[in-house]
Write a protein that binds this ligand. Structure first.
Ligand code: AHR
Length: 505
């Protein structure tokens, strides 16, 4: 057993926690939409073919915003294919994922589903094969009330009221050579700026996200952000970053420190933004939209699964990147959420990628009830509890040596304060030993409020335990805590994530 002290000061705040930090992502990819959220043959399907068991889990997950319809898919997507009578919609090849797209779930069906499950729609426009004109036409179709050809087409297609979509992404991962219509920073900056300008003419009330880097490992990372920010200055509100983490070569210590990797990535982007904003005299700081993040065993996909996918049959809703998550993956997801909270002053939005089946917290099979993957839990509990202002928290904990990030504290913590309520999210990155944490603060008393929860390796299992269609052993259980002289003590098991609610006395 080791010991750590968490020093709390409810007045030491970083910034307001936006509900948009708990966004999600639905791409027309694999079995996320078809055979995921939408499966007319499933016994739980509603009149529109959407699975109600999935919808119930989406509501329980507590996500707030949904990015749609891609991802790589959007860079070849023609939105007009996805509206109008379903039996007249074209079947197309989706070159991004070597799949067949039937367009049976389109803009109207998805917007209506998102509203029913309580998700704000965040649309991405195609800047791969298309440009400003088509993006502006889509925006007019969605948001203009009536009386123009495009808005009247929407009404004729069943949506009398505009969709009122406020959040728009200017393309997806245009820095990546895997992207349809991949561009240099200069090329992308130009088209993003012109698209933004035209979209703003059509609807000045929108918020725009310009695409930053698709990972911190991109050769253009840094120079891409500078060029894109310069070209779109004053035209966009947010810049994206995408971040995926995985356990490589059995190096669990480094994997468990992935939150440190995200901290550094966000801080590097924030540093670049601060310099560029000062140089350009920008009055309003840009928000960072971490609009794809998660654990994804991407190396496995790239080395083993990608080539057969791209050379095989063109399939409808093929099973792509359906990662099955174990305990450590859930603990890392908890840490990544902590990193987002810690940067609430700059991170204005974030979307876990994706929602169903494709690297997702929710899994389905055609002949079973939907189930929660391990990573469902830290997301759902953090989204439900994090409120008010994010806290700056001092941690005194033993160090863990990692090959990827050097020495890092064994305990990772983030928290929020709302009135006298403090919510803490704790991770024991040490997978060898439990740690006793003392939660206290100079001159203040703290008491437990509500149930403390912990997610760790279930009794009789090992760290590779997963949740499957047949059994879901990885779930939160009650975490015993003690109150001693205005402080709260808890023992976090080795390799665990926990949530503790406190009241300030
Ligand atoms: O989320 C899966 C894929 O990851 C997305 O389509 C793409 O944007 C990213 O590379």
């Amino acid at each position: 057993m080791t010991h750590a002290r968490i020093e709390l000061d409810p007045a030491a705040t970083v910034g307001r926690v936006s509900p948009r930090l708990f966004g999600t992502f639905v791409e027309h990819m694999g079995r996320c939409v078809y055979d995921g959220i939408h499966a007319p043959e499933h016994p739980s399907a509603d009149a529109d073919g959407f699975r109600t068991d999935v919808a119930d889990l989406v509501r329980e997950l507590g996500a707030t915003v949904v990015r749609y319809p891609g991802g790589n898919f959007v860079s070849g997507f023609e939105w007009e294919d996805s509206v109008g009578p379903r039996d007249e919609r074209p079947v197309r090849l989706d070159a991004a994922w070597h799949s067949v797209e039937t367009n049976q779930v389109g803009l109207h069906e998805f917007a209506s589903w998102a509203q029913r499950v309580g998700l704000e729609l965040m649309m991405a426009v195609n800047l791969g094969t298309r440009g400003p004109r088509d993006a502006a036409r889509l925006l007019e179709y969605c948001n203009f009330p009536a009386g123009t050809a495009l808005s009247d087409e929407r009404r004729a297609n069943g949506a009398e009221d505009p969709f009122g979509i406020r959040l728009w992404c200017l393309g997806n991962e245009m820095d990546g050579d895997w992207q349809i219509g991949h561009k240099t920073a200069h090329e992308y900056g130009r088209i993003a700026a012109e698209t933004a300008r035209l979209m703003r003419f059509v609807d000045p009330g929108i918020e725009l996200v310009v695409a930053g880097s698709s990972s911190a490992g991109q050769p253009t990372f840094g120079s891409w952000e500078r060029e894109v920010v310069r070209q779109t200055a004053g035209l966009v509100e947010h810049i994206s970053l995408h971040a995926y983490y995985e356990e490589l070569d059995g190096d669990l210590d480094s994997f468990l420190a992935s939150g440190v990797g995200l901290d550094r990535y966000i801080e590097e982007v924030a540093g670049i933004l601060a310099e560029e904003e000062a140089a350009l005299g920008l009055e309003r700081p840009l928000g960072i939209s971490v609009d794809e993040w998660n654990v994804w065993y991407q190396t496995r996909f790239n080395e083993q699964d990608k080539e057969p996918l791209l050379t095989g049959e063109w399939a409808y809703a093929p099973a792509i990147i359906e990662d099955e998550y174990a305990v450590a993956d859930a603990v890392v997801v908890g840490s990544l959420l902590n990193s987002l909270l810690r940067h609430a002053d700059r991170v204005t939005m974030a979307n876990q990628a994706q929602l169903v089946n494709v690297i997702a917290p929710i899994r389905t099979e055609p002949d079973a009830a939907a189930w929660r993957q391990t990573i469902f839990w830290p997301f759902a509990i953090t989204a439900a509890r994090a409120r008010g202002e994010a806290l700056r928290i001092a941690v005194d904990a033993p160090l863990v040596s990692t090959a990827a990030y050097g020495d890092v504290p064994s305990v990772d913590v983030a928290g929020t304060v709302d009135g006298d309520r403090v919510e803490l999210f704790l991770v024991n990155r040490d997978h060898r030993a439990p740690v006793e944490v003392t939660l206290g603060g100079a001159g203040q008393g703290f008491a437990l409020a509500g149930e403390a929860l912990v997610l760790t390796v279930p009794e009789g299992r090992d760290r590779f335990a997963t949740n499957t269609r047949d059994e879901q052993p990885v779930r939160p259980t009650a975490l015993p805590v003690r109150e001693v002289a205005g402080e709260v003590l808890a023992t976090l098991p080795a390799l665990s994530w926990a949530a503790v609610s406190l009241t300030v006395r």
